[in-house]
Design a binder for this molecule. Structure first.
Ligand code: PAF
Length: 275
């Protein structure tokens, strides 16, 4: 199907997901349709990118509802393979090792060993199977996009990686499949993550990188049931930490917070990327 569409001069989008779809995923579909792409979505909870068995076990799943949302959103085809279709040798069999460079070593790479190798493995397989013109990813997973870009370069996969703005609930919480796991009281405090990130952009005008990092971390740690795992202020291209605001033209703060047992990630741009 994809080859025929492309031979006809059409562009094809792949939207890889792990299901439990929300408006953030559907906005990726909207962006792809808006560019005139025929959209293929995948729904696959990829076991090899989970470094924590409980996280995989509790990951929200709702395939029937996902299929309906994708159909209503205008997706042409959905690929929802089983684990044994993707990993016929089993998930513990020897796996390729991807050269993901320094962008994969920090933050999620440090706190979730093996995570990005698992992401690279599934995304490279999906890209090779579907051969899309473009693949769309949400910027909530800011580091993931950098890692996938690197992977497509080192693997020689010819695809445009499109990064799409974070979708937020009206109270500012970044939409995530994991939000469904929050208790009512955790859901009520979780918007404090973005509130503090947003406030810190103004604060960064006359405070050092270290002061911003410490202030945000303390404020979010003070929210009930919340614990910051890391908050790094990094060069938005290399993802390496910066020590001052003039160290890189593009600077982003990336945070991971445990709300109870639920791990939430978010990010904020301090100095935007200029064309
Ligand atoms: O961002 C996700 O949902 C996953 O990491 C992805 C890209 C679908 C790969 O499993």
């Amino acid at each position: 199907m994809v080859q025929e569409l492309k031979a006809d001069g059409k562009t094809v989008a792949l939207i890889p997901t792990m299901g439990a779809l929300h408006e953030g995923h559907l906005s990726l579909v909207g962006q792809a349709l808006g560019r005139g792409d025929t959209v293929v979505a995948s729904v696959f909870v990829n076991p090899v990118q989970f470094n924590n068995a409980a996280d995989l076990e509790t990951y929200p799943r709702n395939e029937e509802a996902d299929f309906e949302k994708l159909r209503n959103a205008g997706v042409t085809a959905v690929f929802a393979p089983s684990v044994s279709e993707i990993y016929p040798e089993g998930t513990d069999a020897p796996a390729p090792v991807f050269d993901l460079g320094e962008v994969a070593e920090v933050m999620e790479g440090r706190y979730r060993p093996g995570h990005f190798q698992g992401v690279a493995r599934i995304v490279s397989m999906l890209l090779r199977m579907v051969e899309p013109t473009r693949a769309y990813f949400g910027e909530k997973d800011f580091q993931q996009i950098a890692v996938i870009r690197r992977m497509t370069q080192t693997e020689g996969i010819d695809v445009e990686i499109v990064s799409c703005p974070i979708k937020r609930a009206v109270d500012g919480l970044a939409l995530s499949s994991r939000n469904a796991l929050l208790s009512d009281s955790q859901r009520a405090v979780a918007p404090g993550i973005y509130r503090n990130l947003k406030y810190s952009v103004q604060y960064s005008r006359d405070h050092s990188v270290a002061a911003v990092r410490d202030t945000v971390t303390e404020a979010i740690d003070a929210l009930e049931d919340c614990r910051v795992e890391y908050f790094e202020i990094v060069d938005g291209i290399t993802l390496q930490p910066v020590g001052s605001w003039d160290e890189a033209p593009y600077i982003v703060g990336c945070i991971t917070v445990y709300c109870g047992k639920v791990r939430l990630i978010d990010n904020i741009t301090y100095r935007p990327l200029k064309d």
